[in-house]
Design a protein. Structure first.
Length: 227
């Protein structure tokens, strides 16, 4: 086989994060007597995306993002709510919501059957990711998960991938493939670490000229023809 070790991003690569996010947001709204409308969702997502983009640029910490999004959200709505409690309740609900993307389970099962080792490489909140993975049908197929909070570094930093590779016996650039949907974190991170990569691009987004992409797929089943 070409790549014995496959390093998968979690959200929007194996798991349908928008569906899980919608479910968790609705639960948070109900618990805090919030209007659960498209308008409030759009506002929350705009604030959330701005803060996560700042995290990707290494301008703020993950803890800052997860709390500050609710501080700004409630301020924008002019509501007096406890941002700390809202964030806690949202994250708790998110940890219970795990929805694999189409074909994710079947592809992972086939890869394991062929002898590949599957790993998760994620910047997700550690408590949320562990809870979701434990409840997921993919749990038995994943050899290990490397979470940025544990690594002390996050994608796309080379230090994050050094941390992961140091914990995979026999892993190196010759037998590892990074698979992810984000050019900014997954693919640039693989570039920084000198690892081959596969961009999962189901929505046909444009490439960035300064990023090297070894493979590009629009359907997870295409991965079976690469590895």
């Amino acid at each position: 086989m070409k790549y014995s070790h496959l390093l998968f991003d979690a959200d929007d690569t194996l798991f349908d994060f928008p569906k899980a996010d919608d479910q968790a947001f609705s639960i948070m709204c109900r618990l805090h007597q919030m209007p659960d409308t498209q308008e409030t969702r759009d506002l929350y997502h705009r604030i959330n995306q701005e803060l996560w983009s700042a995290f990707d640029r290494r301008e703020v910490s993950k803890d800052f993002v997860t709390l500050e999004r609710y501080v700004r959200f409630f301020r924008a709505l002019g509501l007096d709510r406890d941002a700390t409690r809202a964030n806690r309740d949202y994250l708790k609900a998110l940890g219970r919501c795990n929805v694999p993307l189409p074909h994710a389970e079947a592809v992972c099962r086939e890869l394991v059957r062929r002898g590949h080792k599957l790993y998760i490489v994620t910047n997700a909140v550690a408590s949320v990711h562990r809870s979701r993975l434990e409840r997921s049908v993919l749990a038995e197929l994943i050899t290990d998960a490397f979470i940025s909070e544990d690594a002390g570094a996050a994608k796309p930093d080379k230090a994050y991938f050094d941390y992961a590779l140091a914990r995979i016996p026999g892993a190196g650039a010759e037998n590892c493939l990074v698979i992810g949907d984000s050019l900014a974190t997954d693919i640039r991170g693989a570039n920084n670490a000198g690892l081959p990569c596969c961009w999962f691009n189901p929505h046909g987004k444009a490439r960035q000229g300064d990023i090297t992409i070894d493979y590009e797929i629009t359907d997870l089943r295409q991965l079976l023809d690469i590895v």
